[in-house]
Design a protein around this ligand. Structure first.
Ligand code: MG
Length: 260
């Protein structure tokens, strides 16, 4: 194993809106059963679909004249539900048959129980070498903090240009790995929550199939040249991909989503 490819989870390996819909359904079942409220799913989903990302449950309760304190219970139902989500087909292909000599890891932010439930539902624990949920160390170690990336380097015994990170969120996914000399790829999936965000100079791919092509291209290049013309080309990093990105703390605790 001489190279390492680490993936983000939400909107990189599966579509987060599927998780949100799954959670909303669990909450809808709860309010129908416990409170006799109907139509909750339609309400919260239309808010989410319109771009609302925070206080969705608060506003939906308010619209029905229900006690604001119920939001804590609804969030607990949302965050602890067993999600119905699936790997994107290209992600399944890549993880099921990674390129030769490439170890696979995952670094994801978010609350431990929710991220663990997603990992269980996706069945990816057996497909990847290791997974870091930064929430296990506390919120201050969420991306763009470098701790998880340094942890992966030690775990797999590789560093810098032998490593690549694939994520979807330009505001936090790429700053730390780029500072460590990793290659980075922005996977921009249609339907992704950050699909419309500005790219900040990170090379883009549309699928994990394209990632495989990029890695393969580099392997062929390495076989015909004695050394890379730039240390950033180890994993086929295009020109202009260096430099820092902005930091973000993710969304507030009451957002409908559980990752950041
Ligand atoms: Mg993501």
């Amino acid at each position: 194993m001489n190279r390492l490819v680490v993936f983000d989870l939400d909107d990189t390996l599966y579509l987060e809106r599927d998780y949100v819909l799954s959670g909303f359904r669990a909450v809808d079942n709860f309010v129908r059963r416990e409170l006799g409220v109907r139509g909750f799913l339609k309400d919260v989903w239309s808010r989410f679909d319109a771009g609302q990302r925070e206080l969705i449950f608060d506003r939906a309760l308010e619209a029905r004249g229900l006690a604001p304190r119920l939001v804590r219970k609804l969030l607990a139902v949302y965050r602890s539900h067993a999600p119905h989500i699936r790997l994107c087909p290209d992600a399944r292909r890549f993880l099921g048959r990674p390129p030769e000599g490439v170890a696979i890891g995952i670094i994801t932010d978010g609350r431990l129980p929710a991220q663990r439930a997603k990992i269980r539902a996706l069945g990816i624990g057996r497909l990847v070498g290791d997974i870091v949920i930064t929430g296990r160390w506390g919120a201050r170690y969420a991306k763009p903090h470098p701790r998880a990336f340094l942890w992966m380097e030690r775990r797999f015994g590789v560093s810098g240009s032998a490593c690549a990170y694939v994520g979807d969120n330009p505001s936090k996914d790429f700053e730390a790995p780029r500072a460590l000399g990793w290659s980075v790829f922005r996977l921009r999936r249609p339907g992704g929550l950050y699909a419309g965000a500005a790219s900040r100079g990170v090379p883009e791919i549309r699928s994990c199939d394209e990632l495989r092509e990029r890695l393969s291209l580099k392997t062929r290049r390495s076989a015909t040249t004695s050394r890379p013309s730039s240390p950033h080309e180890e994993l086929s990093l295009p020109e202009g991909a260096g430099g820092g990105g902005g930091a973000s703390k993710g969304r507030a605790a009451r957002t409908a989503s559980t990752h950041s």
